[in-house]
Design a protein around this ligand. Structure first.
Ligand code: ANZ
Ligand code: ZN
Length: 822
């Protein structure tokens, strides 16, 4: 390219500048504790190496990159790391198909994506790079598991779990969407299995309470989803005597005020209690019912439109306040793992109880007078507030008072107490698949579950490939006998390794801590480094992780805080969820044939134009319909911007006295800088791009029909344009900067500063009214004081001609209005 060539060739710029950036390495964070610059940590949700980058990545990473590049321009010491969430099912499925090892597919895809990230000009600090499937990483995932185990936060238990018949593995509750496997869409079944869990429920309260720190900095929608998922419920435990059983049975209720309205009692069919109390003549019916229910998911069971089913257990419970006998039933709508797995049923005021009562002819008794029609007749339960009736000492009280009173009464008798319950369940983390982090536990007949000693970590995956990886209902690791059979670290006797691997969400629950120093050898992460860098200032990623990754990472952070390893309790100070890139109103999919290929877009329009298009399309949180945007138009704008920079560069040299430049253009430049600064800080990138387009037009006009390309203001405009544009379109900005005679990367040029003097408008028009009519207009300084403005107005010849003597009243609204009442 000759220096006088002002043709914009995006592909040539990409080749040229990628090579230069390799040499310049402009985005390396400095971890020198003596570095005086303020630190900022910018994090993108790392990618899964399932193929090359796609349009979704193009949007998310462009957004994060603008923020990160802006901070670099502002002179912060910025950490913007890159890595891969590289364990997981697809690698394994590909390996089975190609008779290969999952590493081959995984690391080949990582290389492809790494190349694409570089081409896409993401300002990563490549020295921070990590992969969660590396032994040097998963060694520490195992180390953390052992610490959790020691603290009682990792444990094994038997129970009904979600099982995906296609992927042949268990799933966490969070991975079941509408009764289907989140990954493959197959309907999930229930299976009785012993599995590993993390005790996230111990942290339910803190996960909820600490959200106060995130309020206003995280999308409200994500906070609401987390709140819902944790599901804090306040109520009371009430003890009931069951005839013929010594121990009382406790139920959890959010409406203890309705205790006198309880007409029957329901036990979860899969709770141990049901099998214990069922009478002999009802046992057969009960066992059949229990078998049928075991196939249902919680979602089926809780569904309100499902027909109510159940069996009478032949027993009666005694209402602790009225002494009434209530039949005890087993029914699937009561879950065994919520509250105590048993309820008092109040059909008048709870819809599910009412549906059940009507299906089985059980009595309905109204105890809250809501003014609505009788639920027994309408079939609609009345859940609202009102005066208590049929409730002995509670009669006449409103809900809140009735709750207080009954809890007090029960408390005095020792048969009830206030309680809090959570919907959140423990995190089921074990998986029966190969390509994951092995669980570092050894099972010994004598010693039980023994953690692998730290110095023996990592427990590396056995060498299996091809068919040996195929899912078979038990983990493929179990077939590696030599690997499985070991001696117990405690007693030396024969023992076996745990053959399950961890859910990949374990790997991603702490990666952001490792990034600070990814080759750290003395622990999972550099505690001092994290102290310097953490918590993450800005996190960018998809809303699909609202209750998975984000909840798990918050949990891990709190545990690490309790271990004294991090000094914050919330890992992500600010969160931004980008929208989706769709096409023609629909999500892109193979079956619809509406997919847009990122590589093809880049080949056609260049990286800069694609980045600019996704950023210009709208606010970052909103979806982008590719049918509504124009990468071609973005490319045209970039060509115009490039010509402005090239022509200014050809016409003048750096370092000219800008104050001699055209004042109108200078004003535009400084207003643009001022506005773009605020727009970038508030993440309104689309409007910021629009301002850069206006600045480009203003400079063009100054060159063509104003003071000309050599005017210092044109240079000032072109230089400001190059720096601001570098956030969005790094290639053209670099080339423009070089054409302007500047050296070094434009990414480090420093953010322009708006001169306040040039932001001030010279004068504004002030209207002067006398008796409500406009009598004069004055050109005044926008800074004028009220006293000066009043004096000026009273001095006006025109105004004086309408006044005879001292006015009665003068209202001054500087600088725009003076209103005189004569
Ligand atoms: C009596 C009652 C009367 C209830 C009324 C509600 C309304 P949340 O808010 O979700 O915590 N319940 C308790 N344990 C249950 C279980 N294991 N399976 C299914 N349902 C269960 O809901 C708490 C309410 O759900 C409890 O309050 C109980 O029904 C029911 F007018 O008790 B309630
Ligand atoms: Zn042992």
């Amino acid at each position: 390219m000759h220096s006088d060539d002002q043709h914009y060739d995006p592909q040539a710029l990409q080749v040229k500048w990628q090579r230069r950036w390799e040499e310049l390495d402009p985005f390396r964070a400095s971890d020198d504790p003596a570095d005086p610059r303020e630190r900022r940590y910018m994090l993108d949700m790392f990618s899964y190496p399932s193929g090359d980058l796609h349009m979704g990545h193009a949007e998310a990473f462009a957004i994060g990159d603008v923020v990160s590049r802006y901070w670099v321009q502002r002179g912060y010491n910025v950490l913007h790391p890159v890595g891969w969430d590289s364990f997981g099912l697809p690698a394994e499925n590909a390996a089975i198909k190609n008779n290969a090892h999952p590493t081959e597919w995984t690391y080949a895809n990582i290389e492809t994506q790494a190349g694409s990230y570089r081409r896409y000009a993401i300002s990563f600090d490549w020295s921070s790079r990590l992969h969660t499937s590396d032994e040097t990483y998963y060694r520490w995932t195992q180390w953390l598991f052992v610490r959790f185990f020691e603290r009682g936060l990792a444990y094994r238990k038997g129970g009904l779990v979600n099982w995906c018949p296609k992927d042949q593995t268990v799933l966490a509750n969070e991975q079941v969407k509408d009764g289907r496997c989140e990954r493959c869409g197959t309907e999930v079944v229930r299976r009785e299995l012993t599995q590993w869990y993390f005790k996230i429920t111990d942290y339910a309260d803190r996960l909820l309470d600490d959200m106060a720190q995130l309020e206003g900095n995280w999308p409200e929608r994500v906070l609401a989803m987390q709140r819902n998922w944790i599901g804090r419920s306040e109520g009371a435990d009430v003890d009931f005597v069951i005839e013929g059983r010594d121990e009382p049975v406790t139920v959890y209720t959010t409406r203890p005020d309705t205790l006198y309205g309880a007409t029957f009692f329901v036990v979860a069919p899969d709770a141990a209690l049901a099998g214990e109390i069922v009478t002999d003549d009802r046992r057969e019916a009960f066992e059949a019912y229990r078998a049928a229910v075991s196939k249902l998911s919680d979602i089926d069971r809780l569904s309100t439109d499902k027909e109510k089913t159940g069996v009478f257990l032949g027993r009666y419970a005694i209402n602790p306040v009225s002494g009434e006998r209530m039949p005890v039933w087993a029914a699937d709508y009561v879950l065994s793992d919520y509250g105590h797995g048993a309820i008092m049923a109040v059909p008048a005021h709870d819809q599910r109880d009412l549906d059940f009562a009507r299906a089985f002819g059980l009595p309905v008794r109204v105890v809250v007078h809501t003014g609505l029609a009788d639920p027994g007749e309408t079939g609609v339960a009345t859940a609202g507030d009102g005066a208590m009736v049929n409730s002995g000492p509670l009669d006449g009280l409103a809900k809140a008072d009735a709750i207080r009173k009954i809890v007090e009464v029960l408390g005095e008798r020792g048969t009830g107490r206030p309680t809090v319950n959570f919907r959140l369940r423990d995190w089921l983390l074990s998986r029966q698949r190969f390509w994951g982090c092995p669980i570092p536990i050894i099972h010994c007949g004598d010693c039980g579950e023994v953690p692998v000693p730290d110095e023996q970590l990592p427990v590396t995956l056995p060498d299996l490939r091809g068919e040996a990886l195929a899912p078979k209902g038990v983990s493929p690791l179990a077939s590696a006998e030599e690997w499985v059979n070991v001696s117990c670290p405690k007693c030396g006797g024969a023992a076996k390794r745990d053959t399950d691997t961890m859910d990949t969400f374990v790997d991603s629950s702490w990666y952001f801590l490792r990034y600070v120093n990814p080759s750290y050898e003395d622990g999972p992460f550099d505690v001092e480094g994290v102290r310097r860098w953490g918590p993450i200032d800005q996190y960018v990623g998809g809303v699909e992780h609202a209750v998975l990754h984000l909840l798990y990472s918050r949990f891990f952070t709190k545990v690490l805080h309790d271990m004294g390893m991090v000094d914050f309790v919330e890992p992500f100070t600010r969160l931004l969820n980008q929208g989706q890139v769709i096409n023609q109103g629909k999500a892109m999919s193979k079956s619809l044939g509406n997919g847009i290929d990122l590589g093809q877009q880049i080949d056609a329009y260049g990286v800069d134009a694609v980045r600019l298009t996704v950023l210009f399309a709208g606010p970052p949180e909103e979806d982008i319909d590719w049918a509504d945007v124009s990468a071609a138009a973005s490319q045209k704008f970039l060509a115009r911007a490039f010509r402005v920079m090239a022509e200014a560069g050809a016409a003048s040299a750096p370092g000219a006295d800008v104050t001699a430049g055209d004042v109108d253009l200078r004003r535009t430049v400084h207003h643009t800088v001022d506005e773009v600064t605020r727009l970038v800080e508030s993440h309104r990138f689309n409007v910021a791009v629009a301002r850069l387009m206006e600045l480009t037009s203003a400079a063009r006009k100054a060159i063509d029909s104003g003071p000309g390309a050599a005017d210092p203001a044109v240079r000032e405009a072109a230089e400001a344009l190059a720096v601001m544009l570098s956030l969005v379109a790094p290639y053209v900005a670099e080339e423009g900067w070089e054409r302007l005679g500047r050296t070094g990367s434009v990414a480090l040029a420093g953010w322009p500063v708006a001169d306040p003097a040039l932001l001030v408008q010279d004068s504004v028009t002030c209207v002067v009214q006398v008796a409500g009519k406009v009598r004069d207009r004055l050109e005044v300084s926008p800074e004028i004081s009220e006293i000066d403005l009043e004096a000026l107005a009273l001095n006006s010849e025109k105004v004086r001609s309408f006044l005879s003597g001292a006015p009665r009243k003068i209202i001054v609204r500087a600088p725009k209005l003076v209103n005189i009442v004569p």
